[in-house]
Design a protein around this ligand. Sequence first.
Ligand SMILES: NC(=O)c1ccc[n+]([C@@H]2O[C@H](COP(=O)([O-])OP(=O)(O)OC[C@H]3O[C@@H](n4cnc5c(N)ncnc54)[C@H](O)[C@@H]3O)[C@@H](O)[C@H]2O)c1
Length: 317
Amino acid sequence: MSTSELKTITVIGSGLIGRSWAMIFVSGGYRVNLYDNQPERAATAIAEIRKQLEELEKNHMLRGQLSTAQQLALLSSYEDLAQALEGAFFVQECIFEQLEAKQHIFQDIERLVGEDVILSSSTSGLVPSSIFSKVQNRSRCIVSHPVNPPYYVKLVELVPHPKTAATVMDHTFTLMTKVGQAPIRLRREIDGFALNRVQAAIIAESWRLVQDGVISVKDIDLVMSEGMGMRYAFIGPMETMHLNAPEGLEDYMKRYGEGITRNLTSFGPVPNFFGEEAKSIFKEMCELIPSDQQHLSARRDRRDQLLLGLAKLKKDH
Ligand SMILES: NC(=O)c1ccc[n+]([C@@H]2O[C@H](COP(=O)([O-])OP(=O)(O)OC[C@H]3O[C@@H](n4cnc5c(N)ncnc54)[C@H](O)[C@@H]3O)[C@@H](O)[C@H]2O)c1
């Protein structure tokens, strides 16, 4: 048995993200205590995880070296926080995205665990200095922000509190790598972290181009899915530029930097995503994919199948 097989991680909240973390950690051989404050919810989540793991095994997409049965044996559900935290060296919080709820749960957790236990939050938008403001020892606190669905999309943004110890960042980085995720380190906290800031920039210019009548909703999506996205699944914007000029990035900027600057200076203000103007964009999107549950869930299933295929491809590279 490797040492990881003897270690326990507590996952707090058994919704979409809590279930995913539980699956990822057991795939790495960690024991996982899954806690939810709603009766039966953590137990129901484990039943759901069982189905998902069986399906993954059938598709040869189960992560890690252990079988479904071995992974499930590492998983337990709890309705009592103190019991769920017993023996844990790492806590991954995944409750609702509500600041006060997160502040309170971390206050409760801190009272119940030893000094060296790492407290990690899955928040997608709250900065560590807000979430951990009620924790006494913030040097052991960190945000580990996953991307949905984390089982296939492996990026985890590690965001420190101003007081986070370097060793906590290092240990979390090592843990995430061990369980097969792709962690990145932010050097300081910032609203939106890295992923959501880049995403916001893409959303803003896509929205403006549609709103200004330059392009349709369908075609701006194709700019990404048939254009930029083809390479971005494997190489990011920096490497893309580095490879796209004979002598690398500096050469690229000599050739194209002026054009990029010109484009950037012609970007309009932050679009209005809510007013009357936005309505025609909502309508255009819904003509392509109606927003009823039947159509949306069919497209979500398609998205997940495609991501599964992409994850398979990336696994081999
Ligand atoms: N869904 C996403 O795409 C996504 C992606 C990245 C990060 N996140 C973040 O992950 C976190 C969880 O999101 P989700 O989509 O899994 O939410 P969810 O609503 O699916 O699940 C939340 C779970 O937490 C439980 N819960 C609520 N308060 C609790 C408490 N005090 N103690 C214990 N359990 C509690 C609920 O019963 C529920 O089961 C959020 O902070 C969210 O921002 C979500």
